[in-house]
Design a protein around this ligand. Structure first.
Ligand SMILES: [Zn+2]
Length: 276
């Protein structure tokens, strides 16, 4: 499933093509993905319009015209591909956008085999008041002092620190892999109660969350044509992993055995010597 770094790279790549350009036509090959696509409204808000901004909030890519905001979610298998023609040439192409960009005419194809993705839109630009976004915590990479934010939010919280940092109401975009890796790098045991982690340790954790996400973004592609795995599907970027999926293997720091436990239905990986 695409995580924050993948969506950030996709957003940057779409920005290069679409921002400052005109979305000439939006053609939909089906009326629904995970939810119905508001086709008439989407066309009314975007066809023939200048796309002023392409940006990301949490795991959504958003586009903005003078009239409204478009919302794209990739679900499990969604992808946006740049093509030279409007004609769909891969299966499960559900929408085709004809773009007059700064670099000339091009086409963006929305492809999603499992159809857990979404295409939605709303009038105006009030993103934070919209139902998709109103309950979300801050963006980790935009948070000036992420450690201090987490420390304050976590007081008196009994949830495990790993589940706490994966809670989108506290901070968005810290997926399972990034949570395990950041906790290892900060030396914090994933089962420690969120409310029992000190300000100093949250400082370190906040830093490591940012570094882990930034490393994944750096590892990602920078254009739409290289943003995909060899099989054409979105995947995790190749970041070097210290603990994730390494159960039974030696810790890269101390040589102890990496352990795997279940927390909230998800696997956690950690070193019981390095993380306390
Ligand atoms: Zn260790």
């Amino acid at each position: 499933m695409p995580e924050l770094p993948e969506v950030e790279c996709l957003t940057r790549a779409v920005r290069l093509v679409l921002e400052g350009g005109r979305l000439e036509t939006a053609e939909f090959l089906r009326a629904d993905l995970r939810s119905p696509i508001p086709i008439a409204q989407f066309r009314q808000l975007f066809e023939g319009q200048l796309i002023e901004q392409v940006f990301r909030r949490s795991k959504y890519m958003l586009i903005r015209s003078a009239k409204g905001t478009g919302v794209f979610h990739l679900g499990m298998t969604g992808q946006i591909l740049e093509k030279d023609s409007a004609k769909p040439d891969v299966p499960h192409t559900h929408a085709v956008f004809k773009v007059q960009g700064r670099g000339g005419r091009t086409y963006l194809h929305f492809v999603d085999p499992r159809r857990f993705g979404r295409i939605d839109c709303f009038e105006g630009h009030a993103v934070e008041g919209n139902a998709y976004f109103e309950h979300l915590g801050p963006e980790p990479l935009d948070c000036a002092d992420l450690g201090e934010h987490l420390f304050r939010q976590s007081r008196h919280k009994k949830a495990a620190v790993k589940q706490f940092i994966m809670d989108a109401q506290q901070v968005v975009g810290v997926g399972n892999i990034y949570a395990s890796e950041s906790l290892f790098r900060a030396g914090i045991h994933p089962e420690r109660k969120a409310g029992a982690v000190s300000r100093q340790r949250y400082g370190k954790l906040g830093e490591q969350i940012k570094l882990t996400l930034e490393a994944a973004i750096t590892a990602g592609g920078t254009t739409l044509r290289d943003f995909r795995t060899p099989d054409g599907l979105p995947g995790y970027f190749a970041v070097s992993l210290n603990v994730y999926d390494r159960a039974g293997e030696p810790c890269l720091r101390c040589g102890g055995e990496i352990r795997q436990i279940r927390q909230g239905g998800r696997s956690s990986f950690f070193c019981a010597f390095c993380q306390t």
